[in-house]
Design a protein around this ligand. Structure first.
Ligand code: DQQ
Length: 483
């Protein structure tokens, strides 16, 4: 009932982090952390899917799994992929009883993989301060004819028990040389920068990481147990350093919703940078486990860097699956408004509103049939006084709880959004049990899961004073049928 139509999910069992996001043999490949045996985390395999257009995925057999000493404890953790000499090469973390290592696997056909017998980054190549107990998630990229990879891990100095992102360099993917640290910090409880990444959207150096237990701040950032952040700056690949534009210790949240983690990018030959993330959060109840599966990917997003901000837009390929478009002319919302044809739970909604004198405007989503404002499973609301966009799923039919008191709450998420001209631009992707919201052309993104029954397809607009909706289009999304 909750299975998404156009977001990648595992056939059965468990999915977390995206891995090995790449192009090979003319197709996109997306691997993911996978437990094929049960809809909960377990010894990790790499699930595998391929696509011609980043939207419609075909499932392939599990690519790699625990079958050697080096991955015999907890399996094959996260990593990345690159093509070399006609082979699809996977760089991943093996977790043995002795610790964590970077491993290599290769495939000629992109389906069957053979593992190298020994780690390619092992004990002798640990970064300064690294113990190898936490040393994981290699993300490979090419620059100036060489391969580089960033790896997250622990960092122990004289008075510090922290975490770091290290840069390595190789000419052949087999012999790697430590270059230097790109990022160092201290996280509560010995947390680690997981799933680091580096990309150049619009030619700007950007470092990504998923810091565990990053404390929240007064800007309503980092409210989830673990966060995904980006750091614009300048990379020195020769000497191994990263100069952050915002100064040290400053992180920007990539997505302000409740369910987003461990993002990974792919850079296309024309320079397009595409990002995908796990649409979930650790330590939460997962209602889909009762259906035998758990975990999904976001819709892949194109990244650009505009006016000093990272901008995310759903990949344009999604537009090919739009159908049954309902479009309105300009109209006024004063109080509550239902718009004929504006409904759906598998759809793409584009809306531009001039807030005029209003201080509050929003949408009620996943409404029960005939219940109107009585029971929206989710609301997305702009609070002008506090310059905030608020995504609230507290009235969803099935509530999600945070386990072990890991978070204060996981229903309401708030993101700062300044609208100097009072013009609110929104794009919403609804897919049965998920909502991805993009505001201000993609400068703000919020992703949360919302568990509503299939017939909760109603949508309403609301405001506390007259608001002019300038443009409104609702497209159904159909024909994806993830195989
Ligand atoms: N998940 C993987 C690790 C990674 C973590 C294990 C992040 O490689 O650090 O499933 O979600």
């Amino acid at each position: 009932m909750y299975r998404h139509e156009y977001h990648l999910t595992p056939p059965s069992g468990w999915m977390n982090d995206p891995n090995g996001f790449c192009r090979f043999g003319g197709r996109y490949h997306l691997f993911y952390q996978h437990n094929p045996r049960a809809p909960r985390w377990g010894r990790m395999h790499w699930g595998h899917a391929v696509s011609d257009d980043l939207i419609r995925w075909e499932r392939l057999p599990v690519a790699i799994g625990p079958d050697s000493f080096w991955d015999g404890a907890l399996g094959c953790f996260s990593g990345s992929a690159v093509e070399r000499g006609g082979e699809l090469c996977l760089l991943y973390t093996g977790v043995s009883v002795l610790g964590q290592y970077q491993m290599l696997a290769r495939s000629r056909d992109g389906v069957a993989f053979a593992k190298e017998r020994r780690p390619v980054i092992g004990r002798r190549s640990l970064p300064p301060g690294g113990t190898g107990r936490a040393f994981r998630d290699p993300k490979v990229f090419e620059r100036g004819g060489a391969y580089y990879c960033v790896v997250g891990g622990d960092w122990n100095a004289r008075r510090v028990r922290g975490t770091q992102v290290s840069l390595y360099r190789s000419d052949d993917l087999e012999r790697w040389r430590y270059v230097g640290p790109l990022l160092r910090g201290v996280l509560p409880g010995g947390g680690v920068f997981e799933c680091p990444d580096y990309a150049r959207p619009s030619g700007k150096d950007v470092l990504f990481a998923s810091p565990m237990r990053l404390p929240g701040n007064d800007d309503d950032e980092f409210e989830n147990l673990h966060s995904t952040v980006y750091i614009p700056g300048a990379l020195d690949a020769e000497r191994g350093g990263f100069e952050p534009d915002d100064g040290p210790g400053r992180y920007r949240e990539l997505d302000g919703g409740a369910d987003f983690y461990a993002s990974q990018t792919l850079t296309e030959p024309d320079g397009r940078v595409v990002l995908v993330a796990w649409m979930q959060m650790w330590k939460r109840t997962m209602p889909t486990a009762a259906e035998g599966w758990a975990g999904a990917m976001t819709v892949p997003r194109e990244l650009s860097y505009e006016g000093g901000r990272l901008v995310q837009r759903p990949v344009r390929e999604l537009e090919r699956y739009r159908t049954d478009t309902v479009e309105t002319g300009s109209f006024i919302v004063d109080g509550t408004a239902s718009v004929p044809g504006l409904r759906g739970n598998v759809c793409d909604i584009e809306l531009t509103a001039d807030l005029m004198g209003a201080s509050e405007f929003g949408l009620r989503l996943f409404l029960a049939p005939g219940e109107g404002a009585g029971r929206p499973c989710a609301t997305l609301r702009y609070d002008r006084r506090n310059a905030s966009l608020i995504l609230d799923r507290s009235r969803a039919a099935v509530r999600i709880a945070s386990l072990d008191g890991a978070e204060a709450g996981c229903d309401v998420r708030t993101t700062r959004l300044e609208l100097p001209g009072g013009l609110l631009r929104l794009r919403l992707l609804l897919d049965r049990s998920s909502l991805e919201a993009f505001a201000d052309g993609g400068a703000v993104a919020m992703t949360s899961l919302v568990y509503a029954p299939d017939d909760h397809t109603g949508v309403e607009l609301f405001s506390d004073a007259p608001v002019r909706v300038v443009e409104l289009r609702r497209h159904a999304i159909a024909g994806v049928r993830i195989g």
